[in-house]
Design a protein around this ligand. Structure first.
Ligand code: LIP
Length: 272
């Protein structure tokens, strides 16, 4: 068994355990606290799930590093080195979790030498367990998945989000993009979780997903799941994807990705 096989087995077990917590708590009343603004929420369960994952991994692999959403919001430095680093969003779609909307998930990726080796996205409410390992394909509940193969924007179902920033400049860009895109595509959808939006592209249920202002933990697992499902992940202006740039565009094909990138109004948040 390789080191990565071992890391993979450990993370699968921990993510299932974390999923039980999310499933148990989703329909209970929660006290949500705010982070960067009034609609950027965190609950005690985000913090507990992140701790469960970090403690479980650290006890097996003490030299591994972490970039976690909740640790980062408490001021932990976000630095991606060459060391094995787990990038964790304990509950992606916290707003949905707070409202008991069942599109919420655990998202975790392992990056070694700045190359993503493992991605897991688990929605324990709808029992959607997405997994990918570098070079080994992408899976939903153990069955292989693949992107739609759509190449044309006019036939595409697009995932995009309003996001959790209420900065007027950011809002303007989001609304203008929605306004411009609506008459040019089949439809626009938003699940309220960047990771799940990306998994819908991996699954072939949507054709393209983009967002400005996400963080590395929202997209690290989704990136490898989409690519292993045969899709592409790029910067929304058309260049290479940069995990720390807080910008993402993934699509079923490079043709579709570039067609959308060419017409998007761009927004450049401060980097992670
Ligand atoms: C959320 C994302 C969502 C995005 C929000 C936020 P959280 O993550 O998944 O798609 O629009 O800005 O980043 O805060 O629920 O983990």
């Amino acid at each position: 068994m390789s080191d990565i096989d071992e890391y993979y087995m450990v993370v699968l077990r921990l993510v299932k355990e974390a999923g039980s917590v999310v499933r148990e708590k989703i329909n209970t009343p929660k006290d949500a606290m705010t982070k960067s603004c009034e609609v950027d929420l965190v609950t005690e369960w985000d913090q507990k799930v992140e701790k469960l994952l970090i403690d479980g991994i650290s006890s097996k692999f003490p030299d591994h590093k972490f970039i976690g959403e909740e640790g980062s919001s408490l001021g932990n430095t976000v630095e991606l080195t060459d060391a094995p680093t787990w990038i964790i969003d304990p509950i992606d779609g916290t707003m949905n979790f707070v409202h008991s909307l069942p599109h919420t998930c655990i998202s975790i990726a392992l990056v070694i030498n700045k190359v993503t080796e493992i991605g897991v996205v688990y929605n324990p409410i709808l029992e959607q367990f997405f997994t990918a390992r570098r070079g080994q394909g992408a899976f939903l509940n153990g069955a292989p998945i693949s992107v739609s193969g759509e190449k044309e924007l006019r036939k595409a179902l697009v995932m995009m989000e309003m996001g959790t920033s209420r900065d007027p400049e950011k809002m303007k860009v989001v609304l203008e993009n929605a306004n411009n895109l609506t008459p040019q595509v089949h439809g626009i959808r938003a699940l309220g979780s960047a990771a799940l939006n990306m998994c819908m592209v991996a699954l072939g249920g949507a054709d393209v997903s983009f967002e400005f202002g996400i963080h590395a933990w929202d997209v690290a697992a989704g990136d490898i799941i989409v690519r292993e499902a045969g899709g592409v992940c790029i910067d929304p202006a058309g260049g290479p994807f940069d995990l720390m740039s807080r910008r993402v565009l993934c699509a079923s094909t490079m043709e579709l990705a570039q067609e959308l990138a060419a017409i998007l109004i761009q927004y450049y948040p401060e980097r992670d």
